[in-house]
Design a protein around this ligand. Structure first.
Ligand code: FES
Length: 171
């Protein structure tokens, strides 16, 4: 279970949106991933409090919904930064230079994989195959998929996210 924000609850408009969503399915449980995404769009991650509030709207127990949220690697159960970088570490990307790109990202961001920058702007996470193997190495930043990566392309993408000069790490 997550570590903070446990008192948070769903806003009334979120509850209405989830009820509207779940009515589109014969079984409310079928809406669980979309409902988790909806809550995550508003809060960046799914706190324990919000998960507990969401579960009964989908006729699920919190443990059942947590199982789905934990299994689905695009649902975040811990706080993340404004931009989430998901670097693929599956075989095609690994062969095509994953390790060097990971080191580059870690240097540029000043964090290790699994961490969030001190300014809360970026979180760097691993992910399994993104289905973009013909353009390996690949990563996602938020909802956007990027392939054929090299250090220069990564720098350009980070700069585009920041809209400002990066704090270059001299390591
Ligand atoms: S192995 Fe990285 S996108 Fe498939």
């Amino acid at each position: 279970m997550s570590t903070a924000d446990d008192d948070a609850r769903l806003a009334p408009e979120e509850v209405r949106a989830i009820e509207t969503l779940s009515r589109q399915y014969e079984n409310k449980r079928a809406a669980c991933i979309e409902a988790l995404k909806l809550v995550q769009r508003n809060h960046r991650w799914i706190s324990d409090g919000r998960l507990r509030a969401l579960a009964p709207l989908l006729d699920m127990t919190p443990d059942e919904l947590d199982g789905v949220a934990t299994f689905y690697n695009l649902i975040f159960r811990r706080p993340v930064g404004r931009h989430v970088i998901l670097l693929c570490d599956s075989v095609s990307c690994w062969i095509m230079g994953h390790d060097a790109l990971l080191q580059h990202l870690e240097r540029r961001l000043g964090i290790r994989r699994g961490e969030t920058t001190a300014d809360g702007r970026f979180t760097l996470l691993p992910i399994v195959c993104l289905g973009h193997c013909d353009h390996a190495p690949a990563m996602m930043i938020d909802d956007a998929l990027h392939g054929d990566l090299d250090a220069a392309r990564i720098d350009a993408l980070l700069n585009a996210c920041r809209g400002a000069v990066l704090r270059w790490n001299a390591r």
